[in-house]
Design a protein around this ligand. Structure first.
Ligand SMILES: C[S@@+](CC[C@H](N)C(=O)[O-])C[C@H]1O[C@@H](n2cnc3c(N)ncnc32)[C@H](O)[C@@H]1O
Length: 268
């Protein structure tokens, strides 16, 4: 076993962060960034530091490894297309079941809820399940409070909507709290897309920007879980740089390949 693999094994057993799910070059970039910060050149030296330094460096490392980066209405053109998908669903099914799989801190499922309300859908007929593997991200999601930072302007992100003030309350200059009209449509739950059971009957599943960080061997189990969770004719939306693995491609038809929206076809 190389020093890097020993280090990854230590991180997995001692911190609970499942390094084995992630792409090694991604992990290497993140770990190396922490090593530079601490002035350590060898993986073995960094392992010693983690063993000795205990909570402080471990917490910094976990923060660096978790990729919870997300936005409200991330990739605007996708949301323009999703508005049409929601309107079509409102015409064809009685109640619309949506799953935001790997929802991070909740901005994606709340965007879906705001979009549904903004498109005039009856809130009684819309329910959104939002799941993630990361309990901290889920706690932030349930709170629904978001603050602008130097690199993320929440007001800008909400600018996709004509009247965002209908869906969020301002707190001071920089913070926004999602209001109950929106929160009421969303239920948060922990779910691991690799080891967790598939769900069933969803009309729309968003599984975006999780497979890009995950080791190749786990992409198929994730997409398998997601595809089994969709009803026939249900819609799947992936992240803008993501593609369907060959093994599940035949279960889908591309609705709009440029923006990675697919529909589930019947099993043959
Ligand atoms: C970059 S965020 C994507 C958030 C959102 N879907 C978006 O596109 O803006 C990736 C999320 O995937 C979650 N994640 C990583 N591995 C996972 C797994 N095995 N099951 C469920 N969620 C996972 C992470 O905790 C993180 O919140």
């Amino acid at each position: 076993m190389t020093d890097f693999q020993t280090l990854l094994e230590f991180i997995e057993t001692e911190t609970g962060f499942a390094t084995s799910y992630y792409d090694e070059s991604y992990l290497d970039r993140r770990v190396s960034a922490r090593m530079r910060r601490r002035g350590v050149e060898e993986y073995a030296g960094y392992l010693t530091l983690l063993e000795e330094d205990d909570d402080d460096e471990r917490a910094e490392l976990l923060d660096t490894l978790s990729v919870n980066v997300t936005e409200f209405f991330r990739d605007e053109k996708v949301w323009t297309a999703l508005r049409d998908v929601l309107l079509e669903l409102a015409d064809t099914v009685r109640s619309i079941d949506i799953w935001s799989a790997a929802c991070a801190d909740g901005r994606e499922p709340y965007s879906l809820a705001m979009l549904a309300l903004d498109a005039g859908l009856d809130p009684r007929n819309v329910s959104i399940l939002a799941t993630d593997i990361d309990e901290d991200a889920l706690a932030r999601a349930r709170a629904g409070r978001y603050e602008s930072t130097r690199t993320a302007d929440i007001s800008d992100q909400l600018g996709f909507l004509d009247n965002p003030q209908e869906y969020v309350d301002r707190e001071g200059d920089r913070a926004f709290v999602v209001n109950d009209r929106v929160k009421d449509l969303v239920t948060f739950e922990r779910h691991d897309l690799i080891t967790g059971d598939p769900k069933s009957g969803f009309d729309l599943v968003a599984c975006r920007n999780v497979c890009i960080y995950i080791d190749k061997q786990y992409k198929l189990p994730i997409l398998d879980t997601v595809s089994k969770s969709l009803r026939e004719g249900g819609h799947l939306v992936l992240g803008q740089t993501e593609t369907l693995p060959g093994e599940v491609k035949e279960r889908f038809e591309a609705e709009d390949p440029r923006i990675r929206i697919y529909s589930r076809v019947a099993d043959t």
